[in-house]
Design a protein around this ligand. Sequence first.
Ligand SMILES: Nc1ncnc2c1ncn2[C@@H]1O[C@H](COP(=O)(O)OP(=O)(O)OP(=O)(O)O)[C@@H](O)[C@H]1O
Length: 307
Amino acid sequence: MSIVVENLTKQYGVQKAVNNISFEIKTGEVVGFLGPNGAGKSTTMKMITCYMSPSAGNILLDGISVLDQPEEVKKKIGYLPENNPLYTDMPIVEYLKFAAEIQGVEKTLIPSRIAEMIEMCGLSVEKHKKISELSKGYRQRVGIAQAMIHDPEVLILDEPTTGLDPNQIIEIRKLIKKLGKEKTVILSSHILSEVEATCDRILIINRGNIVADGSSENLRQQAQGQEILTVCIEGPKQEVESALRDLASVEKVSVLDHKQGFLQVQSKPDKESRKVIFDMCVAKNWYLLEMTGIETRLEDVFRDLTN
Ligand SMILES: Nc1ncnc2c1ncn2[C@@H]1O[C@H](COP(=O)(O)OP(=O)(O)OP(=O)(O)O)[C@@H](O)[C@H]1O
């Protein structure tokens, strides 16, 4: 199921929480909304799920508009809201039955849907318990199970791992990955490793605007601009340095560690130097002991874009 967001805006009083954003999500993509607190992630999700109406713009799910047919859209979406509101007095099975009825699941299918959700979300061991007796990680699983009970094509998860311990985070990530094989998934987080671990594509949102869109690899590359390499070549030091400087693709050579012979080589914009450095060493009969690229960290990209 594709999602098309067209010039979406949400205004709270004078504040534009979401500012004229447009993007498309294809069937089967797992997309992460990444942004600092207050960026507009939850507001965007609430508009996609028809929980809130846009001030301007439109959202289409396989061509169905949230403005014209919100009830149709809701049937196709499963939603885990930010604070995962659950009826804590209810036992898990009762709660899932209630969620299924609300979502209009056909009565005869409800028991089998509940059984499937309990199995899929790893709730079997705890299924006899009341929600109030569950750990936070298991409550989150119940939240995901209720979001999936009507077998929606799109799953929207607002900060699904917030407040969980590291083991629970890994479990929930595994579950999201599993669900992502069949569904279109959008999840939000302000934690970079979170979206990197689970999503094929990342939309970075800042102050209501989309400031970057791509895979983590793409975003790194876009930010990288110029290739920077660390090299260590066994050969006459001065000669090695000046030979590197003479390479057409090289902009700058600096000494990192004189004793060990580590140098930093910065290529000119859009140029690559790895192969020519290798060829140079072969031609000069020098040993290339090390050559590694300096990875732009996604944290740096995120900080640059949202600061
Ligand atoms: N109901 C509301 N009324 C007024 N302002 C609101 C309302 N909901 C959100 N906002 C404001 O809109 C902006 C975006 O909020 P939103 O909750 O969408 O951000 P977010 O990216 O989900 O943040 P967080 O990561 O902290 O959950 C914030 O400045 C917030 O204070």
